[in-house]
Ligand binder design. Structure first.
Ligand code: GLN
Length: 281
């Protein structure tokens, strides 16, 4: 069978399971063949070996069963970086690039500041910040040892320096203060039907789900952050599309000023930020 024939068959087969069946088929084929995606256009007449065809078909079956393409390929592009991902971590999403963008507006280009990413997962936020602000020190905290190991691998692969710390939110950093704390914490409500659809079915539940209203982790972060921010430091949080009012109210109550929520590319309120004016209580 040729590459082009298998691609046609695979794209048709994946249609019920994917919004982008042809793209998924191309990515899977080229992943197995160790080739660039351009091969699909330039050499569709290329015959496949029996082993390659079997390996491709095995991945196509998993995709048809709903497994996210990022887990099947073991990687996902985020910001300017290519990150390894596994089922131990949330798949980095474009919404989180908005969080990175907002962080960068608060950190002047050559500032030597201390930045912190809580619940780093694959390391996406921490590594994007480290890549854009090489004069800053970036600390990333993660409670899952396997996720932290993946973040370490990504830091090494990207050639970026990040302090990686095992633990829950700010607990492993007593007495440490930062100029900026960012997080994409779990924020989905326990019984949200969205958890039974698409990629999230395969993602680690502790990285997604945060109590009955999805706000458990956000409450902890907003309560813990002031004691770990320098005066004038910023807290930036990703949250659910319907959580902006709750998150901005929690931030005001905790003493943050200049609190504002930003919308993502889909137009959803997604990232709230605030400045901590004074010394911690
Ligand atoms: N954005 C994810 C979703 O698809 C949730 C990510 C998170 O909980 N941090 O719902």
């Amino acid at each position: 069978m040729t590459l082009g024939e298998l691609l046609r068959e695979a794209a048709a087969g994946l249609a019920p399971a994917s919004d982008s069946p042809r793209l998924d088929a191309e990515l899977i084929c080229c992943h197995v063949l160790g080739a660039d995606r351009s091969l699909c256009f330039s050499r569709p007449e290329q015959p496949l070996t029996a082993d390659d065809e079997a390996a491709i078909r095995a991945l196509l079956r998993r995709r048809l069963a709903g497994e996210p393409i990022a887990y099947l390929l073991g990687k996902r592009g985020f910001w300017t970086l290519e990150l390894a991902v596994s089922a131990d971590v949330l798949i980095p999403r474009p919404e989180t690039e908005l969080l990175v963008e907002r962080c960068l507006t608060h950190v002047p280009e050559h500032a030597q500041q201390a930045l912190c990413d809580l619940g780093t997962g694959s390391g996406a936020i921490a590594l994007a910040l480290a890549s854009e602000r090489p004069d800053c020190t970036v600390t990333a905290v993660e409670r899952s040892a396997s996720a932290l190991a993946l973040a370490r691998r990504n830091a090494e692969h990207c050639g970026l320096q990040v302090e990686l710390v095992l633990g829950d939110w700010l607990q492993p950093l007593p007495g440490r203060r930062f100029h900026l704390i960012a997080s994409n914490p779990p924020y989905v409500a326990e019984h949200d039907p969205h958890l039974r659809k698409g990629d999230v079915r395969f993602e680690p539940e502790p990285a997604l789900v945060a109590g009955p209203d999805g706000l458990d982790a956000l409450r902890i972060l907003i309560a813990e952050a002031p004691a770990h921010l320098h005066p004038g430091g910023w807290l930036l949080l990703e949250h659910g599309y319907d959580q902006a009012d709750a998150v901005t109210a929690l931030m005001h109550d905790a003493g943050f000023t200049s609190v504002i929520c930003h919308r993502d590319l889909a137009g959803q309120p997604r990232v709230s930020e605030g400045q901590y004016p004074g010394d911690a209580p």
